[in-house]
Design a binder for this molecule. Structure first.
Ligand code: TXA
Ligand code: MG
Length: 358
């Protein structure tokens, strides 16, 4: 299959390329498109055959459900059995935006889209291209991140092209995304909302809107074989670079500066790696980037205090290390609060929970 790539600017009112993309979606094809979080791989969420093509194109296990993307709050009621009060308050506060909510599904939504579950994940993205595309398609658009299963999520159209060229009909290039980590996921089907995946709508923000919010244990630790995480995707090794990644964490990290201990440990791990003839990659911050051995591939995610920049650059750096072919990656760690919770969740998963505490 030939994959067509079209470029669209957010300011462009002319929708001819988007009309073609919407037509592909309506007849059951696959189109990758930008959102404010990461690029999505879209299909008609109400068409079983279309959404099963997503699993095939990504190599995704069929029990890992998809998120249905809508363009207006009015598109929600047909997809769900009920809208709980907490869900209503959260959507008023954060839609359109990087928040996905889990509802009990209506009979309209096929189980292929929900990975066999009775619930459906819904999100209304805050991106002009995504919004126009969904509106033109006239159907909810099922869209996981547009990467091959197990690879870091794509934050630019060329990342999508690396993984999906020849597998899907079209890629809409809308330039780099804004946020860079996937949406926050909250299950609102129970008495107390439960955070299933941290993102740019932080748990601190959720609590300020609805009070109590629980945090699913699968977020912070490895999922044990007998544990059934509420978001099935959490049990798979996600965001994984090809090299082995080790996260180095200071036991007494204050959330501000990285300690000398962390820098020294990464230096010696990288030196050992390179002494064995292997290539080392280092993930650090502007404050420390000059402290590491020059023979290593050193990538700064930005200034430590700028969590938005760090989140924005993270997946791109993991992909860059893949194309450089480094053998080992050592990364500084970050605070686990606010957006830092999402950054650390992605990093610890990428590291397969290999954390060296110093
Ligand atoms: O930011 C995002 O959410 C991006 C963009 C494209 O919108 N999409 C995204 O989709 O990250 P995906 O498929 O890569 O991640 C969706 C996650 C998976 O971990 C999946 O298991 C979980 O959401 N999920 C989907 N439906 C669910 C449901 N009904 N119950 C629990 N978890 C669900
Ligand atoms: Mg994904």
């Amino acid at each position: 299959m030939e994959t067509k790539v079209i470029s669209i600017s957010r300011e462009d009112a002319e929708d001819s390329g988007l009309k073609e993309a919407a037509e592909i979606l309506r007849r059951g094809g696959l189109v990758a498109f930008p959102t404010e979080t990461v690029y999505g791989l879209g299909a008609n969420a109400l068409d079983e055959q279309a959404s099963s093509k997503i699993y095939a194109a990504k190599g995704r296990p069929s029990d890992n459900p998809l998120i249905a993307h809508i363009a207006d709050i009015a598109d929600l009621p047909p997809l769900v059995a009920e809208i709980p009060e907490a869900g209503r308050r959260l959507m008023e506060a954060y839609w359109p935006g990087p928040l996905t909510m889990i509802f009990r599904k209506s009979s309209l939504v096929p189980r292929t889209t929900t990975g066999g579950l009775d619930t459906v994940a819904v999100r209304m993205p805050d991106d002009a291209i995504a919004g126009r595309l969904i509106r033109l398609a006239g159907v909810p658009v099922a869209a996981p991140s547009a990467n091959m299963s197990g690879r870091p999520s794509p934050t630019r159209a060329d990342h999508v092209y690396q993984d999906m060229n020849g597998r899907i009909e079209m890629i809409i290039d809308g330039g780099p995304v804004g946020i860079g980590v996937e949406s926050t996921i909250v299950d609102v089907t129970g008495n107390v909302p439960v955070l299933l995946r941290p993102g740019a709508v932080t748990v601190e923000m959720l609590r300020s809107t609805v009070g109590e919010v629980e945090i699913d244990p699968a977020i912070s630790g490895p999922v044990k074989p007998d544990m059934k995480p509420k978001a099935p995707g959490m049990k798979y090794r996600h965001y994984a670079p090809r090299a082995e990644l080790t996260l180095v964490e200071d036991r007494e990290y204050t959330g501000k500066a990285v300690s000398r201990r962390v820098v020294d440990t990464i230096c010696s791990l990288a030196a050992d790696c390179m002494a064995g003839g292997r290539r080392a990659g280092i993930i650090c911050t502007d404050e420390t980037k000059d402290c590491y051995p020059r023979e290593a591939e050193i990538r700064s995610l930005g200034r430590r205090s700028q969590e938005e920049t760090i989140a924005h650059n993270l997946f791109g750096v993991l992909r860059e290390f893949d194309s450089l072919g480094v053998d080992e990656i050592y990364s500084e760690s970050f605070s686990g609060e606010n957006l830092g919770r999402a950054i650390m969740n992605r990093l610890t998963k990428a590291a397969g929970y290999r954390i060296k505490k110093v």
